[in-house]
Write a protein that binds this ligand. Sequence first.
Ligand code: ATP
Length: 353
Amino acid sequence: MRNHRIAVIPGDGIGKEVIEAGKQVIDLLAKKSGEFTFDFEDFDWSSDRYLEKGSYIPKGGLQHLAGFDAIYFGAVGSQQVPDHVSLWDLRLAICQGYDQYANVRPARVLPGVKSRLHGSEKIDWIIIRENSEGEYSGNGGRVHQGLPEEVGTEVSVFTRKGVERIHRFAFEMAMSRQRKKLTLVTKSNAQRHGMVLWDEVFFEVAKDYPEVEIDRELVDAVTTRMVLKPETMDVIVATNLHADIISDLAAALSGSLGIAPTANLNPERKFPSMFEPIHGSAFDISGKGIANPIGSFWTAVMMLEHLGEEKAAKQLMAAIERQTDSGIQTADLGGKATTRDITESICKDIEGQ
Ligand code: ATP
């Protein structure tokens, strides 16, 4: 019997609701398989904890997390805590602390989901986001605070090592896909230092992957291409900020923010990787029981794949697709179903498999 130790961090808002639903679903999958089990440990790392105790992560918390096989994460963000505090003190502390430099974001229109984009059935992308440096390196500062001369800097950092490893990861991802196509997203026309290094290293790495068809697109132009010619792209590699933005666009184009999953990977497996739906804490619907849990289920599929549970991953993805195809959907997709309705429907499907 294989056992997987999972650190569960539901975090804030609807993160708590969708992660609870996800746990229920994967626990059932494990029980049904009879081949593996989950050992879940829940962590209260959240904005509530920060407001009560002054920190998101307790002393020694990160070291404790290192012993787990994976982290299943909900969302972070609260109206009572500035966004830059909650993001840096929790999510980025884990991603950067554990060198989860490859952020993988699939986007695809699931059966039965209506996208507002005409021709959206052609969307089948994997966005690879550099997750450790670039625009979110935290390099910068403020001087003369509050004075008319005040200055704030936010310096993007691109290192050859950081750029090369993410491009190599993207090429490997492209090689694993049928189309073997990779688009480089850049802004090296306006940003002539770090972004030029970003491009140059891409073309150097490309020489090791002659089978991969490559092209290059400026970040502004790629937004129009995603809308007008979605079929012309497959794997897309972009910097921390650029991929952050275009993956929200990808999620909206493929139906709803409530569907999209993501994996923050430490590909060398020196540290645990973290799996989370791409949506945030969604204050507007939090506590109402109407959040779409599909993003958290699809995220669980990525976690199962990472844990080597390929069969269970396929089973869960098939159950998700049958569920979305059934027409029973949450409000973000135009339906009336609750988080519980969708969860029960998926559980029933798994029971019947
Ligand atoms: P944060 O600051 O934590 O990122 P946010 O409110 O800025 O939160 P999201 O939480 O991603 O951003 O939500 C954006 C909108 O998308 C919300 O208004 C919400 O209604 C919708 N949304 C996001 N996730 C879901 C979901 N799982 N189910 C239904 N609607 C969702």
